[in-house]
Design a protein around this ligand. Sequence first.
Ligand code: UD1
Ligand code: CA
Length: 459
Amino acid sequence: MPLAAVILAAGKGTRMKSDLPKVLHDICGAPMISHVLAAAREAGSEKTIVVVGFGGDQVAQAIDGRGEIVFQHDQLGTAHALHQAATALGGFDGDILVLCGDTPLVSADILNKMTAAHRESGARATVLTAWLDNPFGYGRIIRDKDGMLLKIVEQKDASPEELQVKEVNTGIYCFAAEGLFQSLALIKPDNAQGEYYLPDLMGLYKGQGKRVGAVPGAHPAEIMGVNDRSQLAQAREAMGQRINSEFMLAGVTMVDPSSVYIDIGVKIGRDTVIYPGTVIQGGTVIGEGCVIGPFSQIVSARMGDKVTVRQSVIEDSEIGSGSTIGPYSYIRPGCVLDGQVKVGDFVELKKVKIGRGSKVPHLSYVGDAVIGEKVNVGAGTITCNYDGEKKWPTVVEDNAFIGSNTNLVAPVRVGRGAVTGAGSTITKDVPEDSLGVARGVQKNIPNWSRRKKSLENEK
Ligand code: UD1
Ligand code: CA
């Protein structure tokens, strides 16, 4: 039986107090709606429709073809929202999952369970329910004395007895496509909020003698709706825990998982250890046996095996196996470090290629450079790559030794095996195996201290 999905995402999300549409707020590196889209696809939806309204163009852009967009111009309620998908799903003859764009923790697993129960029971409509200690704000599941679903009542329309019910509507449903849109047209906005309520379809079907079902089993955390920034943080925490436990089950050690923030889509090899205060984002790939952190941020990086990164920031760069980074390194976009490279304390790199076994151990800025293999870049070395208008390249060939506190004024090349004298400002190429020195010649003035003292005593 074919499966489609409709994600309701037209609401403004007033309580977010934001210029950004609610469903575009980020959770673990992806907008909320992306997580819902992923769950729908994983559950087997072959056609997903997203109903957008407030900020619809922005939402459509973020969805980027992963769903078909339909507009709901006035937000008249959830039944009205679903009705907007009628044309897009014209001719579709299967089951339709209905999800909310603001329920990002929903899993494919629970959707599969609901769909299976729906199909087994032969119901025309099935709602997923959850039991909440504090059901405030949710629609309540009202069952008859045999435990069969009677109807769903909203918080604002419920009687005091109905408000006691702790089983709630998760806002997630499975409907048979047949007759769905004709029935939606029969729903009336005769309720406290004057809206077309999708949950009313349950009572309506029931009245028409059609079978409806209510399937419990959703974990409260999984159906949590995000309506304000505090719930956004709770959802991030829950998803972060989910991501971290998957890594731990796959062989990654986290010394304190509650202080490790990893985005969806990151990959980490086994026996890697992650220390506290570490943020790993943007599709980063980390190999096996690495040690990451404490207090590091790694964005869109690709790292080999046995890499150590301490108290550092790495962005959009490649780090070869066996390299050590930090403490306090800043590796900016466009760096490619081969294996066994050492980048030490207070070193900033930008658009640099570094060959195998080379070292930039202390207090340097290296930008727009190509550094060969087994090169030592002495403490305090700076590439002067910018003349105020343009950036220029620096090349340091294999086995060269850059003396401490060298200024390499680009464009410049230091040849294979060459050496620069400490404190040199190198403006011309240094040929292979040569020494380049460019600094004032030292002059010693004898007895200077004694003379200075006697001059002072005369005063
Ligand atoms: C809804 C349910 C409630 C359920 C709860 C679960 C109704 C009437 N109530 O309440 O029973 O317990 O979800 O979270 O359905 N939307 C539109 N267009 C609209 C109105 C809403 O697209 O005109 C979208 C929203 O963007 C949101 C979803 O539908 O993604 C749910 O709407 P919301 O207003 O948040 O409903 P709740 O009051 O939470
Ligand atoms: Ca909601």
